[in-house]
Design a protein around this ligand. Sequence first.
Ligand code: SAH
Length: 242
Amino acid sequence: MKPETALSAVRIVLVEPQHPGNIGAAARAMKAMGLSDLALVAPASYPHADATARAAGADDILAAAPVHAALPEAVADCRLVLGTSARSRRLPWPLVDAREAAGRALAAVGDGPVALVFGRERSGLSNAELDRCDLHVQIPCNPEFSSLNLAAAVQVLCYELRLAAGAGIEPAGEYDPPATAAELEGFYTHLEEVMVAGGFLDPERPKWLMRRLRRLFTRAAPESAEINILRGLLKALDPRRR
Ligand code: SAH
């Protein structure tokens, strides 16, 4: 599945967000990571200018977000529901970290949407809401200070989803394949000849010089074009040509 298709099947559900700014910031975090399906459960004040302002251009996600009265409606069509929590609950429940959660969510998207549920800024998700989730997710944090801002938590999970979907960064520069063994051998022979001709390498007492230089160039993994440059350089510096 293409990364964009997989990411579009992941729903972010915010349960009773108090601050409209957090809704906007969550939409922005989603859009930047390629997600688009946002659902709201009983937001305290929404729509709101703070939400639009913090969305910073992700207002299409806000405009498309349905508002539900309670969590079950927001996840009714989902095949897998993951509930996030900053702290472990008394009743043990299958718990995964953000990275594993992203992998599990994407593995399930083929069968229908998957939901990641986020709780209230003050009190998180209730036990009844967490019971509705198949799996609990924790973002590993400083144990003394484990509660992230709501939109920051959305950002971390959306980022993990993006990486898990295989939508990483484009490599900045393309490398050509390394030179062939024959090209390298031709270079080493040439190098040795010029070093001998220039008096740098004594063929009677070569010591480890060629070995060390081979080791250096092996580490650098030069491309064919780079070997050609070095050969041109050797040719230009060759004292036999003077
Ligand atoms: N005291 C609340 C903190 C709520 S923070 C609690 O114990 O849950 C608001 C929401 O942000 C949480 O409900 C959760 O959805 C998300 N969140 C914050 N920190 C998180 C963390 N370390 N791991 C997973 N989700 C987190």
